[in-house]
Design a binder for this molecule. Structure first.
Ligand code: NAD
Length: 508
């Protein structure tokens, strides 16, 4: 464990400015029950922290603080410009603490340090971006409407939805928090955030940052805990007007059913099994690198990972050979070790899940080209070699289901038509990618994909300005850009009768 991480954990355990408590109404509050859950370092399997397992009472307290901050005008009545200044301050503090927050993310999630640094820079960038949108909202939140009927005038205004709940996963902990907190606060909503129980530490750091930025009490509240307790209580709470969820399809489905009880506005960012189609005119080295980035980055624990690779049969043998050579060269190790590009998987449950998925794939007929096992150099830590599988059937479990690990499935194709058909043969539709020197072909294929995010001649680069979200079972709604802000805004029409005379329906 590096010295920065030790310092932060000490702050939590010994009651420093960051606390192993809930952050409610601007204060660090003891939990309503003494139940705790453990947080583990995936590189060593050591328990690094015990945090309060929040329950319904903790969620009630947090929602009540958020509701008071919303209804008593602490936050929504500020101008967009004023809200933007708070978001900008949060971005500045994150930027000042980049190194320390990145070290904390490595410790909690296992990802290699350069990736953690990238995430935290993006987290600051997300707050900065929504600071700008908040400032523009003052002028953009009202538009006139042209009516066909004379004697009336109408306008549409945008208003914050109210109290928002956010539930996030463990793969990009602080960045996923920012994707929800920043647009919600920019819109004028107040929020209760429940981070993943697997990686809650940077969310607590965010609470501390909000304190330093002097964010008004109750605007952002953070309750740590398990999905079935704190998470469910947040989804079911009648005073939560909007619920933004990122996580797996099974949990998303439960959340949608729970939200139906009080017609809560939900947005869902769920899983995927995204295709990457490589045509025969693609430079093989370029293809190999993007295939690797598309599946080995963040240990393959990426919702948009291009985990199904379709390769034109003319270049399939050569590409598979080069990909295998390069996959075998990836340096595996603890995320805080220089040069490491593949860290451990996030925890024992995920490790077992990925290993059993590989076994299931092989049992149903796939060929294991490389990987599929722990590197012999590690005695502890959830390490897994980069894994390549081929020869699976198109309807096989391994080709159709999300594995969420450094495991890529590869198949050849014969024609553009067949590639598109195979790419779209999935219940998911989060992302897709195409590689070819023929940009007209890329454009054709990009439009034919049934997916919300399409990359051309690359895979994964994500920009805060562009919409993010899935087709089919990969979700409902869009995050990032203006779309992300609209997630937290209601639209109201205000229509005025302009005459001084009675309308004349009853009174002639
Ligand atoms: P998960 O669904 O197990 O958990 C996500 C969150 O939901 C956690 O905070 C968990 O505590 C909470 N939760 C669990 N059960 C709940 C319940 N009954 N009620 C309320 N909350 C509950 O997902 P995960 O394993 O943390 O994350 C991996 C999944 O997230 C993958 O499927 C991945 O594709 C998806 N993901 C999607 C995106 C996207 O943008 N589309 C981004 C990142 C991750």
């Amino acid at each position: 464990m590096n010295t920065k991480s030790i310092k932060i954990i000490a702050q939590l355990s010994e009651g420093g400015s960051m606390r192993a408590k809930h952050f409610i109404n601007g204060q660090w509050l003891d939990a309503e029950s003494s139940k705790t859950f453990t947080v583990t370092n995936p590189a060593t399997e050591e328990v690094i922290e015990h945090l309060p397992a929040g329950n319904k009472l903790d969620i009630d307290n947090a929602v009540s603080a958020a509701k008071t901050a919303f209804e008593q005008g602490v936050w929504p009545t500020l101008t967009g410009k004023e809200r933007g200044q708070y978001l900008r301050k949060i971005a500045e503090i994150i930027t000042r603490r980049l190194d320390e927050l990145s070290a904390l993310e490595v410790l909690d999630n296992g990802k290699p340090y350069p990736e953690a640094l990238w995430d935290i820079e993006d987290t600051a960038g997300t707050f900065e971006f929504y600071a700008n949108l908040a400032e523009e909202l003052d002028e953009k939140s009202e538009v006139g409407i042209t009516l066909a009927e004379e004697g009336f005038s109408s306008k549409a205004i945008k208003e914050p939805i109210g109290v928002a709940g956010a539930i996030i996963p463990w793969n990009f902990p602080m960045l996923m928090a920012a994707w929800k907190v920043a647009p919600a606060l920019a819109a004028g909503c107040t929020m209760v955030l429940k981070p993943s129980e697997v990686t809650p530490l940077t969310a607590l750091a965010l609470a501390e940052i909000c304190q330093e930025a002097e964010l008004p009490a109750g605007v952002l509240n953070i309750v740590t805990g398990l999905g079935a307790d704190a998470g469910q209580a947040l989804v079911e709470h009648p005073d939560v007007d909007k619920l933004a969820f990122t996580g797996s399809v099974p949990t998303g489905s439960k959340i949608m059913a729970m939200a139906a009880n009080n017609i809560k506005n939900v947005s869902l960012e769920l899983g995927g099994k995204s295709p990457l189609v490589v045509f025969e005119d693609t430079d093989i080295e370029k293809a190999v690198e993007w295939i690797m980035f598309g599946i080995f980055w963040n240990q393959g624990q990426v919702c948009s990972a291009t985990s199904r690779v379709l390769v034109a049969q003319e270049i399939y043998p050569q590409l598979l050979k080069r990909l295998t050579e390069e996959a075998n060269k990836i340096i595996i190790g603890s995320g805080d070790t220089h040069g490491v590009l593949l860290g451990p998987l996030v925890n024992a449950a995920q490790y077992d899940k990925v290993l059993s998925a590989i076994t299931r794939g092989v049992d149903e007929g796939a060929t294991l080209v490389c990987g599929g096992e722990r590197p012999s150099t590690f005695e502890s830590g959830y390490y897994l070699k980069p894994t390549i599988l081929t020869d699976m059937a198109e309807n096989s479990w391994i080709w159709q289901e999300e594995i969420f690990g450094p495991v890529v499935c590869i198949k050849p194709f014969e024609s553009e038509e067949q590639a598109i058909k195979m790419a779209n043969n999935s219940r998911f539709g989060l992302a897709a990618a195409v590689m070819s020197k023929d940009l007209k072909r890329c454009d054709r294929v990009a439009k034919a994909f049934r997916a919300g995010i399409v990359w051309v001649n690359c895979s994964q680069p994500t920009f805060v300005e562009a919409p993010w979200g899935g087709y089919k079972q990969s979700g409902i709604g869009r995050e990032l850009g203006e779309w992300g802000l609209n997630n937290y805004l209601e639209t109201k029409q205000i229509t005025r009768y302009e005459s001084d005379e009675p309308w004349g329906w009853y009174l002639k």
